[in-house]
Design a protein around this ligand. Sequence first.
Ligand SMILES: [Fe+2]
Length: 189
Amino acid sequence: MQIPTDAEIRSLHRDYAPTPAAFEVVFEHCQLVCSVAEQFFAGRAVDTDLVRAGALLHDIGVYRLESSAYVRHGVLGHELLASLGFPVEICRFASCHTGVGITRDDVVRQALPIPVDDYLPRTPEEGLVLYADKFHSKRTPPVFLTGDTYAAEVARFGPDKVRAFGMLRQRYGDPSLDTLSAATGYAVI
Ligand SMILES: [Fe+2]
């Protein structure tokens, strides 16, 4: 599989961001998620180039949201990447990183505005991008989240989601966020 380079991914962000401000926020977030994911590379059997590309591309669908619900950014990103000819292994980083994974049951019960399907990581690479994404938020101003803060925030989606996050935390451990916080000026909450 041809994995896009950092420079190619950066120019995709430039091409699809509706404004320079959107590019700054989304691309920086993707780079920070990539940095968090890299902390978990040591001793792990993952294709690190694939994880890096997945992290850098995972939120590209945010540019396509316009006025639609935020939960749609994953499928929109998957569609965008597929339309550009990327293989499904790349597209899935967009559709399968939301929260701790969206199940078919979640889509039905919460009447989510996305096709009824499972949007769950299936590979170690997809799992790592999903997990790393939980520790930085594009909210205004952007912040880093500790594991405890994310666990508290995900509680509103139900105890099964808290459990799923707990299992991920057990598998990977918590990243260290202080260096990234110092480099960016974004608080750790
Ligand atoms: Fe993200």
